[in-house]
Design a protein around this ligand. Structure first.
Ligand SMILES: Cc1cc2nc3c(=O)[nH]c(=O)nc-3n(C[C@H](O)[C@H](O)[C@H](O)COP(=O)(O)O)c2cc1C
Ligand SMILES: [Mn+2]
Length: 498
C-alpha cells in the first residue's frame, strides 16, 4: 500500500527499526550534518544504521529535521513498499516495471490538503524559521532544498517538470536555485532558459516532505517531456494527490510537509555555492545562480523538514539514483532500442553512477561498443555525463555483484583488444573532478571507456561448431551433480546449522 505522506513512511521506518530519534540537542550548524555523515559511514562499513530525525535542534524549539531517509537499499525498498531485503537487482526490475505503468495525479481541494494547514504570505514569510542545516564546513549557505522537487512548467506547453536542484537560503524571503546554465540539457535549466529568452518571470515551487517517491522521481534522469508526478504515481502504485498553489498556477503535492512558492526574474543572479557534493568533493567555486523570490510558504502543523547529506559514497543520493539510473538505462537498451540479448544493467553506487555494468547474451560482434554508445547517447550519458565507464559482461554474471564483475574482467577481457576508449564522447559531468574545472566548463565533453569483459562473440559461434572453444566456469555450485550437492548441503547443515 502506498504511503499517504512522509509521516506514514516515518511510521513504517520506526516499525522496522530503521529510524533513530535524536533527543539530545543538536546544532543545525554542522552538527546535524556530522551525525548524518557518521550514520552513513556506519552503513558503508556494513553496520546497519538507521535514518535519523532530529527532535531537539538548537535555536528551533519544536523544529524537526529528517535525513538519511534512503541511505540504504533496505529503506529504498521500504520506500517502494517492498520487503527490506529486496536485492538491488530486483529493485531495478520493479522500478522499471512501475515507471512503464505511470499513473496520472488527482486533484484534491484545499481543505483536504494538509500542506495548507498554515499559509504564510508577505511579511510572515521567513525561511530562517525552519531548522535548515549547514551541512559541511565550507558550504556557502544553509541549504533548505536538498531532498525536494523543484516544480516548473514548460513555457511552451503543459509539461510540468519535477527536478531536484539544490536551493540555499539568501535571506528570509529569497533563495538561490542551482540550475546552472552549463548543464543546459537537464530539464530544469532547459525550461528556465525559455523564460529568460522571453524576458519573463518563471514561477517555481519547492515541495518537500511527502511520499518517499517524490525525491526518487525528482532526482531521476527522466527524459524531456516526462511527467515525474505520473512516474511517482506509477512507483507508489496510486495516484499522487495535488492541490492548486496559492500564488501561481502550478499544482503542488497536497500531502507535503512544506511548500515554497515563488518566481525567478529572467536575468537576476546572485552568488551561490560552494556545496560539498556527492562526488566526495566540493562542486566548484561559488558562481552566479538564479534567485527565487518567495511569494508564499504553506506548511503542515509542526512541519518536518527533510534533507539529504551529500558527500563521498555512500549517501542517500548514491543508493537512490543507482536504482533509478539502472532501470532507466535498462529500459532504454531493451524497450527503446530493442538491443537483442541485454539482460541486466547496474550503476554501481560507489562510483557516483559513472561505472555501469551491463550483462548480455552477445548476439553480434561489437555488441559491447553498441551498448556503450547507446548509453552515451541516452539522457544519462549526453545530458549529465554519467556512465563514462561501461563494462559489458556475459549473461552468467550479475552486474550488481562487483566481485563477479571483477572476476569476469580479469578472465574474459584481454586489455589490449577489449578496451575501447573514445575521446570527447560528449556528455560531461560538470562535477567530476577528473577533468580540470576550466576544461570541463569549456569543453562540455568527457572521454569514455568501454570494457568488453564478456567472451568474444566469435568464440561463441565457434563453440557452437566445435564445442570446445569457451572454457565453461568450473566450481560453480551448479557444476556438481544434484545428488552430490544434496549430500554436501546435509554435511554443512549438520556441522554449521546453515
Ligand atoms: C540531493 C540532490 C541534489 C541535486 N542538486 C542538483 C543541482 O543543484 N543541480 C543540478 O543540476 N542537479 C542536481 N541534482 C541532480 C538532478 O536532480 C537530476 O539530474 C535530475 O534528473 C534532474 O531532473 P530534470 O532533468 O527532470 O530536471 C541533485 C540531485 C540530488 C539527489
Ligand atoms: Mn524531468
Amino acid at each position: 500500500m502506498a504511503y499517504k505522506d512522509m509521516r506514514e513512511f516515518l511510521q513504517k521506518l520506526e516499525a522496522e527499526g530503521e529510524l533513530l530519534h535524536v533527543k539530545q540537542q543538536v546544532d543545525w550548524k554542522l552538527e546535524m550534518g556530522a551525525v548524518s555523515r557518521r550514520l552513513c559511514d556506519l552503513e558503508t562499513k556494513g553496520i546497519n544504521s538507521p535514518a535519523v530525525i532530529f527532535d531537539n535542534i538548537k535555536d528551533y524549539p519544536g523544529g524537526r529535521f529528517f535525513t538519511n531517509s534512503m541511505c540504504s537499499f533496505r529503506r529504498y525498498a521500504l520506500a517502494l513498499g517492498l520487503d527490506k531485503d529486496t536485492t538491488p537487482a530486483e529493485l531495478v526490475h520493479v522500478f522499471q516495471d512501475r515507471i512503464n505503468n505511470p499513473i496520472p495525479p488527482v486533484e484534491v481541494s484545499r481543505d483536504k490538503a494538509p500542506c495548507k494547514e498554515n499559509i504564510l504570505t508577505g511579511d510572515d514569510i521567513d525561511l530562517t524559521k525552519f531548522p535548515v542545516p549547514i551541512w559541511h564546513e565550507f558550504d556557502g549557505h544553509r541549504y533548505i532544498g536538498t531532498f525536494h522537487a523543484a516544480i516548473m512548467r514548460d513555457r511552451n506547453g503543459p509539461w510540468v517538470n519535477w527536478g531536484m536542484y539544490r536551493a540555499c537560503i539568501h535571506d528570509k524571503n529569497t533563495m538561490g536555485l542551482n540550475i546552472p546554465a552549463a548543464i543546459e540539457m537537464k530539464n530544469g535549466p532547459l525550461i528556465h532558459r525559455d523564460y529568460v529568452a522571453k524576458e519573463e518571470r518563471m514561477p517555481v515551487v519547492l515541495a518537500m516532505g511527502d511520499c518517499p517517491t517524490l525525491p526518487i522521481v525528482a532526482a531521476g534522469m527522466f527524459p524531456v517531456g516526462c511527467s515525474e508526478v505520473e512516474m511517482a504515481g506509477g512507483l507508489r502504485q496510486a495516484p499522487y494527490e495535488l492541490v492548486k498553489a496559492e500564488t501561481c498556477d502550478l499544482m503542488v503535492p497536497a500531502n507535503a510537509e512544506i511548500i515554497i512558492e515563488g518566481y525567478i526574474e529572467p536575468h537576476e543572479v546572485k552568488m551561490e555555492g560552494p556545496f560539498g557534493e556527492y562526488t566526495g568533493y566540493y562542486g566548484g567555486r561559488e558562481a552566479p545562480k538564479p534567485v527565487i523570490h518567495v511569494t508564499c510558504v504553506t506548511h503542515r502543523n509542526d512541519p518536518i523538514l527533510i534533507g539529504s547529506q551529500e558527500g563521498v559514497p555512500f549517501v542517500d543520493d548514491h543508493y537512490m539514483c543507482a536504482i533509478s539510473m539502472s532501470a532507466l538505462a535498462r529500459n532504454h537498451l531493451i524497450n527503446t532500442l530493442n538491443i537483442p540479448g541485454v539482460k541486466d544493467v547496474y550503476f554501481h553506487p560507489a562510483a557516483n553512477w559513472n561505472f555501469c555494468v551491463v550483462s548480455m547474451t552477445k548476439t553480434f560482434d561489437g555488441a559491447a561498443n553498441t551498448i556503450a554508445h547507446a548509453l552515451w547517447s541516452s539522457k544519462i550519458g549526453y545530458q549529465a555525463g554519467y556512465a563514462d565507464w561501461i563494462i559489458v559482461v556475459d549473461d552468467d554474471v550479475d552486474p550488481s555483484d562487483i566481485n563477479q564483475v571483477l572476476w569476469s574482467l580479469v578472465t574474459r577481457c584481454n586489455p589490449y583488444d577489449d578496451i575501447h576508449m573514445v575521446q570527447r564522447k560528449g556528455g560531461v559531468n560538470v562535477l567530476n573532478p577528473n577533468i580540470h574545472f576550466e576544461e570541463r566548463m569549456k569543453m562540455r565533453s568527457a572521454s569514455g571507456i568501454c570494457i568488453d569483459a564478456a567472451w568474444p562473440w566469435a568464440w561463441r559461434a565457434e563453440e557452437m561448431r566445435t564445442g570446445n572453444q569457451v572454457i565453461p566456469p568450473t566450481s560453480n555450485w551448479e557444476d556438481w551433480p544434484e545428488h552430490i550437492r544434496e549430500r554436501a548441503l546435509e554435511i554443512v547443515q549438520k556441522e554449521l546449522g546453515k
